[in-house]
Ligand binder design. Sequence first.
Ligand SMILES: [Fe+2]
Length: 222
Amino acid sequence: MTSTASIPTLNLMQGASIQEHLSRAADELLASFPDPEHLSADQRRGIIARYTAVLEGNFIYWMTGAYLAVGSEEARSIILDNLREEVRDCHPGMLRKFAMAAHAVPTDSDALAVYRDLTKVRLFVGRPSGVQIVLMMAFFEGFIQRFMPFLADLARRQGSAEQEYTDVHGVCDVSHTQELFRALAVEMTLDPLEPETNLFEGVDLLRALIQSIVLIGDRPMV
Ligand SMILES: [Fe+2]
C-alpha cells in the first residue's frame, strides 16, 4: 500500500504515448461514425438502443471489475468515487429515461447485435489485470464525453428533448478520465505488466464493442 503523498506520475514519455494512443483510437472511432443526418429513423433508434443495451447494465459491472482487479488503495478509492456517483445519481436510470424518450428501448435483436463483442469485454474484466482494466475504463470515460454530442443529436432527431444523460456525461467524465489516469499511474508502478502483454487489449475489445453499437449494416450476430 502506498500513501496519497507518494502517488507517482506516469513516466512522461510513457504517459504521453498512452494518452496519444487513446486519443487517436477515439479520433478514429468518431471519424468512422455515420452522419446522423444521413441515417433513417430506424438506424438512429438502433444506435441508441444498442448503446443502452450495453451501458445500462454493464458500466457499473465493468467499474466493479476494475475495483476488484486493482491492488492499490489509491486506485480503489478513485474507482469507488466513480461507482458512488454512478449509483447515487442513478446513471442507469438516467440512460433508461433517455432511451425511452427517444423511443429506443432495446429489443432482443438489439441485445443480440452486441452480444459477441459485449461478451468479450465481460470476460476480459473478470481477469485480474488492474492496469489493463483501468486503462480500458480511462479510454471509455474519455471517449464517451466526445460521443455524447453524437448521441444527443440522434435523440433530438428522434423527437426527444430528454438530454440529462448526455449533458451529465459530457461533463463529469472529464474529471473521471483524469482520475483514472492517476489510478493507472499507481497501478503501473505497483504491478507493472510483463513486456509481452498487450497494454491495450481491453481498449481494443472496447473499440470493437463500440463499433458494433454504432456501425450500420450487416454484422455477424454471434
Ligand atoms: Fe455514468
